[in-house]
Design a protein around this ligand. Structure first.
Ligand SMILES: Nc1ncnc2c1ncn2[C@@H]1O[C@H](COP(=O)(O)OP(=O)(O)OP(=O)(O)O)[C@@H](O)[C@H]1O
Length: 380
């Protein structure tokens, strides 16, 4: 069991959007934990609430978004300028265990902070984000160097010369050769993979404690995708970063995550360690997601897709939101939403099938055989 410091604790988060057609209930009671140095993934189909949840953490919800209830507690180390300089010089920006004094460790509820506080203290500084498409996060009219230096100059007010030297180091850290020359380039002069490395360098420029990666490799081809994932892993180890991946791609999750949160219609419906989710999934929706994942044995076969579509979030959802698409749904699903049942201390599932007296239902045979094979290969 992990004894690591909890740095993000989301409880009962509820977010909706006001639209001309009514209220879109995008996030409905999300609980989420992230510990120091850990990688968690949030997976689920399009529209399940992955981005909205993480945007709330960054304080960048659209203006029609409302946080109806819940909290997002973030615990971080707040060092003075001198102490930051010391950490940067001595430890490459990584704060060693026991280094921070008690009064330097702070916890804030992000939902209660002003825009100004989030802009100056949180976003881009202690929590940074890498988006799917590097072209939309880079400014085409500004040199790479300027863009990498920008956040450091804004947050730390360090001299330009120092920011320049740090930017060159950052480009080297993300595997960019000829870093000094690249500082003068514009985004269009680089390949997609290189641009994503720049975006990662920018995200890392203020030594954040949390890095949120929203489909960071979707726009890239497969070989480059693998390299970028390796790069993020590598940097994570060096800098003791905590990482949140948002993705549709369970293949990516298997490669990077320690813990997985499966979202459906604004709720987390199953969470567990990566092994628990991949080898012992309990929710029929997770079964569907795993069954639709291609593997060597299914190459060339038609892939499984979960029948039906997600519910309309403008309407009140009665019972279990997944019930209409669930071949294993019970009568109670139509009436009452399932609570989270504990399978192990790290594995929880919101499905009535996990209730003590529920009828015993097995996952589909094909999936069971596949999981069994993978489980044996992984020796789990
Ligand atoms: N500004 C907005 N106004 C109205 N509805 C919104 C707004 N932003 C998001 N939504 C809705 O909130 C729900 C959750 O969206 P979200 O972007 O979090 O999904 P997602 O799981 O990240 O999907 P994707 O993988 O496609 O990014 C969706 O129904 C979406 O249409």
């Amino acid at each position: 069991m992990t004894k690591k410091k909890k740095i993000l604790k989301i409880r009962d988060l509820d977010i909706s959007f006001k639209t001309d057609n009514g209220e879109v209930k995008a996030v409905r009671g999300v609980d989420l934990d992230l510990h120091e140095g850990e990688t968690i993934a949030i997976v689920g189909e399009s529209g399940s609430g992955k981005s909205v949840t993480t945007k709330a953490v960054m304080g960048i919800l659209a203006s029609n978004g409302v946080i109806n209830k819940g909290s997002i507690e973030f615990t971080y180390t707040d060092l003075s300028k001198e102490r930051i300089a010391e950490v940067t010089q001595k430890y490459d920006g990584v704060i060693p265990e026991g280094y921070a004094k008690e009064e330097e460790i702070k916890t804030v509820d992000i939902t209660q902070q002003s825009k100004k506080f989030i802009q100056s203290e949180i976003r881009g500084r202690r929590i940074a984000m890498v988006f799917q498409d590097p072209m939309t996060s880079l400014d085409p009219t500004m040199t790479i160097g300027k863009q990498v230096m920008e956040a450091m100059l804004f947050h730390y007010k360090i001299p330009k010369k120092e920011a320049y030297a740090r930017a060159v180091q950052l480009l080297e850290l993300v595997g960019i050769t000829d870093a000094e020359k690249r500082m003068k380039n514009y985004p269009h002069q680089l390949s997609g993979g290189m641009r994503q490395r720049i975006v990662i360098a920018i995200a890392l420029s203020c030594d954040p404690e949390i890095l949120i990666c929203d489909e960071p490799t979707t726009a890239l081809d497969v070989t480059i995708q693998a390299k970028i994932l390796e790069l993020i892993k590598d940097i994570q180890k060096k800098k003791n970063l905590s990482v949140i991946y948002i993705t549709h791609d369970l293949g990516v999750v298997a490669k990077v995550a320690d813990f997985v949160n499966v979202m459906y219609a604004g709720r987390i419906i199953e969470k567990g360690s990566v092994n628990e989710i991949f080898y012992g999934p309990r929710h029929p929706y997770t079964w569907g997601l795993l069954a639709s994942l291609p593997d060597v044995d299914t190459a060339g076969d038609e892939l499984y897709t979960i029948p039906g579509t997600p519910p309309n979030l403008l309407k009140e959802i009665k019972g279990d939101a997944f019930a209409p698409r669930n071949p294993f749904a019970l009568k109670i699903d139509e009436k009452i939403a399932p609570p989270m049942f504990e399978i192990t201390p790290t594995h929880h599932v919101a499905s009535w099938l996990a209730a003590p007296n529920a009828p015993k239902v097995e996952m589909p045979q094909d999936l069971k055989a596949r999981i069994e094979k993978n489980r044996k290969e992984a020796n789990w």
